[in-house]
Design a protein around this ligand. Sequence first.
Ligand SMILES: Cc1ncc(COP(=O)(O)O)c(C=O)c1O
Length: 377
Amino acid sequence: MTKDFDNPVNREDTWSTRWDLYADKDIIPLWVADMDFKSPKIVQDAFQQRINHGIYGYTEIPDELNNEIVSLYKKRNWAIEKDWIVWLPGLETAIHQIYKLIMDTQSVIIPKPIYPPFLNAAKHSSKKIIFHDLKEVDGRLVYDIEKLSIEAEDNSWLMFVNPHNPGGTIFSKEELTDLAELVIEKNIHIFSDEIHSDFILESDDNHVNIATLEGMKERVITLDSLSKTFNIAGLNCAYAIIPNSSLRRQFQNLFRGQIPPPNLFGLIATLVCLQDGDSWKADLIKYLKTNKDFLIKEFKDRKDVHFIEPRGTYLFWFKVLNTDCDDLKKHFESFGVGLSNGKDFGKPGWMRLNFGTNLELLSKAVKRMHQALDALT
Ligand SMILES: Cc1ncc(COP(=O)(O)O)c(C=O)c1O
């Protein structure tokens, strides 16, 4: 199966956000988080079946899809109820909408670094924003609970991402428990983006939904989607899990009539991937682990690069040391590699590399990166 992931797929002229940015330049695009892999064949087959039917009218969420989500969470050790699921066209939309639900008297805690839409949404809100700098401990980006307990205001909202983008941290049950204690003490609500939860690259890690911890269920909105795992981000299909009925009603009202439901093809793809996608997913994770190991081998001896080992996601978060280059993104582009700028994640000086591509292209990009780094010193 690994062979499939090795085969390069030409994405030019396919309206790809990732590839179109550098359409007429020799720049390998390793920025926005989608992968260069074809989705599993079961998705194409399911689409074909629907295309043969030929009608694409207004669509209801099929009950079997809700049942599959319930089964998925059972495997993740969380017994959710079907009624708790709220279908959405995407997480980014929800990240912006949530500010309408947060009262003016409540502040919002945003850890840094973080997936940029959390920062963009905050910019457009009138709420008080409290930034919390994640700290590096044993090569992992984690919360500084002691500091957070001083920074966090009672009755606030915490924007939480686990596995973390861009740092790839998979928070352990102990870490989540420490956070939960503080959250309960201060009556904080959590907006928990868990879109990367399938990307567990090391067998000794385990993704735990923070809502499953004691006393947390009623204060967490969990967001998820199959869009990262099966590379179907263009299909607009995601969901929230909200056990608290009052919170759920308010959240649903934010969307009703204003934000469209998921796309029909997104629903189809999500359903078949839940039903039959497990073996493809297992092969994907193996492939990404190989890519990750390759990156670590390439950069571990460089004195001018400091990186966080990605335990989850397919994102490599690194900092270039001892340089006065004030535009690293441009610098890497001039050597033919397109990366995400750490500034957009709240951490200038850092860069993010997306390694969801075939190893051959990744190797070519890394060669160029070595040249770019050598040129800085
Ligand atoms: C942490 C995180 N949340 C949300 C998203 C985007 O979700 P959606 O495509 O459903 O808006 C991404 C995409 O990169 C992400 O990394």
